[in-house]
Design a protein around this ligand. Structure first.
Ligand code: GLC
Length: 556
């Protein structure tokens, strides 16, 4: 396999709106990111994924772009962006932007022109169809944020347009070569400006199953999950390959696809040696127990399920390519709240979860605040929630017969707002995020969980993540951690997640989430304990004794 700079990278996702505000308007911004670059460096990450900062009405928090060539004034200016790129370069940090090209905003000039002249060239940038009151829509697919995928074209009574996400996010028509060319030119413009690559948003949706048609309805609304069309759509790789040839490959850019529902045969086409992406996210953990009925129907996840999901996905890609590993991102609840049972949510348990995920093969992506163990928040009323998908899921839960209090509890478990509360810098009232009123309330637990406290404490979760990153970069172990083979150990043993990484060295990673002390037989005596989330470690007569929630990395 040809070695690439990004194979050994550790990435850190910044959600700018909630990271650091520099001007007191309660919204994080690019000057704030620049001010905090040394913190990312101190943690040890080498790639920053910036969630969108382009001009946007923020109907979906920037994933609805109204100008791809400018920075939203709330986030700063293009000069700030250039300063950020330069400041990152000085620190040997790479910046990866979010590439949102399945759709744009309904406030984008392309869409405005399409509304003015649906038969003109910009009409062809979207999926616009004739329709008359009382007729069925061209298909009955449910949009990701609820309701049909069709909406009246503004200014018209007999035309509709397609949106897989919110109605303010009209889908771009990738079947149109001119649209594709326009997108590629924009990508190259950013790559030439100095970004190292892209996280590619919702990309699996660019290939539609055409012509539009119905699938059997799966709820009382008469609509069907949009997954049905994704299962049928064929040929996405010809778009992706063309995009890679026209943009990423000539720039040797790093790209990570937000890919759900990939088919087995697509894996090598996506992330193999000549794949269209450098890597793609492994969502198998976040997808555990997902129900097509809605969030209300989703049972809590167990660590046993997490283990099974991780082992299955890393077996599946072995020898094919690099996954990007996450326990959370801006679309998910906090990983520690989602994967750990309440009794495991101590710093010790959080270290176990962080360590088990971090040392899997692939590229670790940390989400801001993960290194502090930031947790889900709670709400007293649905009006406190910003996230559009939470509002939809709340309605879905009520329709299914849950009481408002029960529906709110469901939203608290899964809301995307959980990940979007301001980064917890310190224990001051606005947690060092802003001098104004934060756009989303700060988590009340910032008085205990915050960077200032954890930086000053050697055994903090933050310092544990730093140690994990150091191990990944350590010249003695990097080769094994990055390229070593992956081999589950004692897979059937409940309460234990264990695996080998074998390269120039051999590492055995052990995590005991059973809640009780556990004795684990070893094939060989350990030479060294490289990481331990507790002070003690005991091994004798060919067995390790692990305390509850103990995590160790042994060199054997
Ligand atoms: C992706 C983004 C998410 C956004 C959606 C639509 O899933 O991560 O935040 O809502 O795409 O762009």
């Amino acid at each position: 396999m040809e070695k690439k700079w990004w194979h050994s990278a550790t990435a850190y996702q910044i959600y700018p709106k909630s990271y650091q505000d520099s001007n007191g308007d309660g919204i994080g911004d690019l000057p704030g990111v620049i001010d905090r670059l040394d913190e990312v460096k101190a943690l040890g990450a080498d790639v920053i994924w910036l969630s969108p900062i382009y001009c946007s009405p923020l109907a979906d928090q920037g994933y609805d772009i109204s100008d791809y060539f400018n920075i939203d004034p709330r986030f700063g200016t293009m000069e700030d962006m250039d300063r950020l790129l330069a400041a990152a370069k000085d620190r040997d940090l790479k910046i990866v932007m979010d590439l949102v090209v399945n759709h744009c905003s309904d406030e984008h000039e392309w869409f405005r022109k399409a509304c003015e002249d649906p038969d003109g060239p910009y009409g062809q940038f979207f999926y616009i169809r004739d329709w008359h009151e009382g007729e069925p829509y061209p298909c009955n697919w449910r949009s990701y944020f609820g309701g049909p995928c069709w909406e009246l074209l503004p200014g018209h009574t007999d035309k509709i347009y397609f949106h897989a996400f919110h109605k303010k996010q009209p889908d771009l028509n990738w079947e149109n070569p001119l649209l594709r060319r326009t997108v590629y030119d924009m990508i190259n413009w950013w790559l030439d400006r100095g970004v190292a690559g892209f996280r590619i948003d919702a990309i699996i949706n660019i290939k539609k199953f055409l012509p539009f048609r119905d699938f059997p309805a799966d709820r009382d609304d008469g609509l069907c999950s949009i997954q049905r069309m994704l299962e049928k759509a064929k040929g996405i790789t010809s778009f992706l390959d063309e995009m890679a040839d026209e943009t990423f490959r000539p720039h040797d850019a790093f790209t990570v696809g937000e890919v759900f529902n990939e088919k087995d045969e697509e894996l090598p086409l996506f992330i193999g040696e000549r794949g269209c992406f450098s890597s793609m996210f492994d969502f198998s953990g976040t997808l555990i127990n997902k129900s097509e009925k809605g969030w209300y129907d989703q049972p809590p996840v167990t660590m046993e399920q997490y283990k099974e999901a991780m082992f299955a996905s890393h077996r599946r890609v072995a020898g094919v390519g690099f996954l990007s590993n996450i326990i959370e991102n801006h679309d998910e609840p906090r990983g520690v709240s989602f994967f750990l049972p309440p009794e495991g949510r101590s710093e010790t348990g959080k270290k176990l979860l962080g360590g088990l995920g971090f040392l899997l093969p692939g590229i670790p992506f940390l989400y801001q605040g993960q290194e502090l163990g930031m947790e889900n928040t709670t709400h007293t009323d649905i009006s406190e929630i910003d996230d559009i998908s939470s509002q939809d899921e709340y309605r879905v839960a009520l329709d299914a017969g849950l009481s408002p209090a029960e529906a709110l509890a469901v939203v608290d478990r899964f809301s995307r707002d959980n990940a979007r509360t301001p980064y917890q810098w310190d224990d001051t009232p606005n947690t060092g995020f802003t001098t104004g009123k934060p756009w989303l309330p700060v988590h009340p637990n910032h008085t205990e969980i915050n960077l200032a406290e954890q930086k000053g404490r050697a055994d903090s979760l933050y310092n544990f993540y730093r140690a994990l990153i150091r191990l990944r970069r350590d010249p003695e172990y990097a080769d094994t951690v990055v390229y070593g083979s992956f081999e589950p150990y004692l897979e059937e043993r409940e309460g234990l997640m264990a695996y080998y990484r074998r390269g120039r060295r051999t590492l055995l990673v052990l995590g005991n989430y059973s809640g009780a002390e556990m004795t684990v037989p070893l094939n060989e005596a350990s030479k060294r304990v490289l990481l331990n989330n507790l002070e003690r470690y005991s091994e004798k007569d060919g067995a390790a004794t692990l305390a509850p929630w103990q995590f160790v990395v042994l060199e054997v």
